[in-house]
Design a protein around this ligand. Structure first.
Ligand SMILES: [Zn+2]
Ligand SMILES: [Zn+2]
Ligand SMILES: [Zn+2]
Ligand SMILES: [Zn+2]
Length: 784
């Protein structure tokens, strides 16, 4: 996904292994990225490009005129089953393959408007009706969509427009006397019905409690930070040889305080795991739902009413405006390269887009200067004297002069901003990457450059002058640098996806990766396995909040992934070394290194005889004073794995609605677990969670809540009482009490959930809004 597809990777690695030793040495020992790039790209042969093109052609990224009728048909099937979300996605797929101003595209838009209507998405429905009409919706079908339009307008309270639309329709009919008079009457009757509906609506909204609207405003950044415009004034940028650049608190910071709010300099939607579909015709058109079907290609907003690019089927947007912006900024170059970009992976795509965006900062000059003048020393390995993430000294261009600035990435005034200069100064760690990896990146970038060049020369377009031809190697070097930077500096943009089923009203949430981006300010944060911040995203904007009290002078830390509650110390160290090239010495790591034999509670085993914790290495013995029990670790691990398999089976049963069977299986598992797992073992948590889900689906709120509370204990032990995981679990429990109408318990749990989630997401998040709604609903309800 991040890297090129396996076929291209192994092809290039083999090419590398067959290179004469002397050439390998030249590339391995090259001093600068420029040399690595030039040497490597001179080895890219036409047959390599042909092979790459054959891989890229496996992706269906162009418009296929035969696809829309297929997707519309599939969508209609879902529509009939009342699966409106599923239908919408399939109609969107049809739209993305249809050419503008064809019957296909207008029919798909019209059908999608119907599905949106049934989901009460009236604004979106109206937009789709307009789109259907714009693309030439058949005259004979107009009354149908027009009635839908009126219904939307009425529901939205836009009565005047509704009336006008009806009058237009009437006069349209009057001009065509062929239409039966009975049609009028139906229309009139509908209008009457709709008018009554709106009156009722007005009455309802008048009594609707205003407390549902935003209760308090988001705490914003305390004050503008002069040095880093998207940071709070309570943080400051520092640098030392050991830690490199880092941020510290300049005053005491409270939990939940907003520290950074940064829009990605560049981000690329992760299209979802989607292997090329070159199997037979039968499944040529993919009906699976991917990120690309649900999130805007540019701004990552979730939407069901996608608008596709006119030139390809893979770029879909939340609105026409987003589409136009993306086109002007980068998609005009990327549009014909969809298959190639999917083949070369997200890092390569981010690298390309970063350089395309850099054009707007006049970065061509900056890149040229920086690459040529810095290349001898800093650009390749500024940290060669100091092994850890440091980056001393940098230059920045000001009025054509190179000026020394104290901290790399800052301008002459010492200001560090979210711009290309800052991106360019992120460390590529050139000397840490293997020669094969650098060769792979260089050849991928080089092949991409040649395709861009070919696309440029094939359409002599005066409006978009070729940007890459003249300075191909300069841009190639910049892209190579970005690709190497990304291993350490790529930030996953995530979102919380709700996976609850409609019936049981309890949502399970899981974090999914939406996109990969570069955030130069967030990149200043160093890692800790037990960080003092929490990060969340809205659209492409990252928000970093303090997750605990941070005292003045303390470093602001963020976890790069290996969190102590999810991974043992050895695994974390290994991960951080492999990906980020450093040894973690955070307090948790130091503490855990010294007590290797006792694992955390959520991985602990208990004595089957007396219940005390078992301790030891390969052979575990009972910690109870009068108990001599001992057992091999391997045996216990295989028992845990067996339980995990069974829990997985129970979750499948749950998914299929076989609730009783699932419950029987889970109760059996829990009985087994009691004999050898600590009550706070993570697998016990999974069982309790699944049991809670099963009882919720049966409508037994009390039993469900009892099990969820046990799962809550496990989450608390593993992730801590104020962790985001705890917040999500409390949220679920609140929903359960709410659904069961257990008012005091619900209010109490809502309050606990709010307290935790506020710290991580702030008051404007969906989760907090939802909790507020539940609370006011409960407070308004009459006492029983
Ligand atoms: Zn958008
Ligand atoms: Zn396109
Ligand atoms: Zn650590
Ligand atoms: Zn014992």
């Amino acid at each position: 996904m991040d890297l090129p597809v396996d076929e291209w990777k192994s092809y290039i690695f083999q090419k590398w292994s067959l290179l004469p030793k002397s050439i390998q040495d030249t590339i391995s020992t090259a001093d600068t990225l420029k040399d690595i790039f030039l040497h490597s790209s001179s080895l890219l042969q036409p047959e390599d490009e042909t092979f790459l093109k054959s891989l890229a052609s496996g992706y269906l990224v162009g418009k296929d005129p035969n696809a829309p009728p297929f997707y519309r048909e599939e969508g209609n099937k879902k529509f009939q089953k009342k699966d409106y979300v599923g239908a919408t996605v399939l109609y969107s797929k049809g739209i993305s393959h249809a050419r503008p101003h064809t019957a296909d595209i207008s029919l798909c838009y019209a059908n999608r408007s119907a599905a949106l209507f049934y989901m009460d998405e009236y604004e979106m429905c109206l937009k789709d009706i307009t789109r259907a009409q714009m693309h030439g919706y058949p005259e004979s079908l107009q009354p149908k969509v027009t009635l839908r339009k009126v219904e939307c307008l009425v529901t939205l309270g836009r009565l005047q427009e509704a009336g006008q639309t009806i009058r237009d329709l009437e006069s349209n009919f009057a001009a065509k006397p062929t239409v039966a008079a009975a049609q009028f009457q139906i229309l009139q009757r509908n209008l009457c019905r709709l008018k009554m509906k709106v009156q009722e609506r007005e009455r309802l909204t008048a009594t609707f409690p205003t407390t549902l609207t935003k209760i308090f405003e988001d705490m914003d950044l305390r004050e503008v930070n002069e040095q880093i415009p998207c940071a709070s004034s309570s943080v400051s940028l520092c640098m030392d040889p050991l830690r490199g650049r880092y941020l510290i608190a300049t005053e005491d910071i409270l939990p939940g305080e907003l520290l950074l709010k940064e829009d990605a300099f560049v981000s690329v939607l992760n299209p979802g795991e989607r292997p090329p579909l070159h199997q037979g015709l039968a499944n040529k058109w993919d009906t699976r739902v991917t990120n690309g079907d649900l999130y805007c290609h540019r701004c990552l907003t979730h939407t069901l009413a996608m608008v596709p690019c006119d030139g390809c089927s893979y770029a879909k947007y939340c609105s026409h405006e987003c589409m136009q912006q993306a086109w002007g900024l980068y998609h005009n170059r990327e549009c014909p390269l969809g298959g190639l970009l999917l083949t070369l992976g997200i890092f390569c795509h981010v690298a390309l887009r970063a350089t395309l965006l850099a054009r707007f900062e006049g970065a061509s000059k900056v890149i040229r200067k920086l690459s040529s003048e810095i290349s001898n020393k800093d650009m390749c390995s500024p940290e060669s004297e100091t092994p850890l993430r440091s980056d001393l000294g940098g230059e920045s261009e000001e009025n054509g002069n190179i000026v020394q600035t104290p901290v790399p990435g800052c301008d002459v005034n010492g200001k560090y901003e979210n711009n290309y200069n800052a991106v360019f100064h992120l460390l590529p760690h050139t000397e840490h990457h293997s020669p094969e990896y650098k060769f792979l990146c260089a050849l991928s970038v080089s092949a991409l450059c040649r395709q861009l060049e070919a696309a440029d020369s094939s359409k002599p377009d005066a409006a978009a002058p070729p940007i890459l031809c003249s300075e191909l190697s300069t841009w190639g070097v910049a892209m190579l640098k970005h690709m190497l930077q990304l291993q350490c500096n790529a930030q996953a943009i995530t979102t919380i996806q709700q996976t609850g089923s409609e019936e049981n009203n309890v949502t399970n949430s899981r974090q999914v990766r939406l996109a990969t981006g570069i955030f130069p300010v967030v990149s200043l944060l160093n890692h800790s396995c037990s960080p003092n911040t929490s990060m969340s995203f809205v659209s492409t904007v990252a928000t970093v909040r303090a997750s605990e009290k941070i005292a003045k002078g303390q470093e602001i830390l963020h976890c790069y992934g290996p969190h102590h509650s999810r991974m043992a110390v050895a695994e974390r160290q290994q991960k951080l070394r492999a990906q980020y090239f450093f040894d973690c010495s955070c307090p948790v790591c130091q503490k855990e290194k010294h007590r290797a034999t006792v694992g955390p509670r959520w991985e602990a085993f208990c004595c089957g005889r007396c219940g005390a914790l078992l301790q030891g290495g390969d052979v575990l013995s009972c910690g109870g004073t009068s108990c001599m029990e001992s057992v091999s670790r391997d045996h216990l691990i295989s028992r845990v794995q067996d339980l995990q398999r069974q829990v997985g089976g129970a979750q499948k049963l749950l998914g299929n609605g076989q609730l009783e069977q699932a419950i029987q299986l889970l109760l059996g598992c829990r009985h087994d677990a009691e004999n050898f797992l600590s009550p706070e073992h993570s697998v016990v948590g999974e069982m309790e969670d699944a049991l809670a889900q099963a009882y919720a689906a049966l409508g037994d709120w009390q039993k469900s809540a009892a099990h969820l509370q046990k799962s809550l204990q496990v989450v608390e032990a593993q992730h801590g009482p104020s962790s985001v995981e705890m917040g999500h679990e409390l949220f679920k429990l609140a929903q359960l009490f709410f659904n069961g109408f257990a008012i005091p318990e619900a209010l109490n749990t809502i309050e606990r959930a709010e307290k935790v989630l506020l710290v991580h997401y702030g008051p404007c998040s969906d989760e907090i809004q939802e909790l507020q709604k539940m609370k006011s609903c409960l407070l308004d309800s009459p006492p029983i």
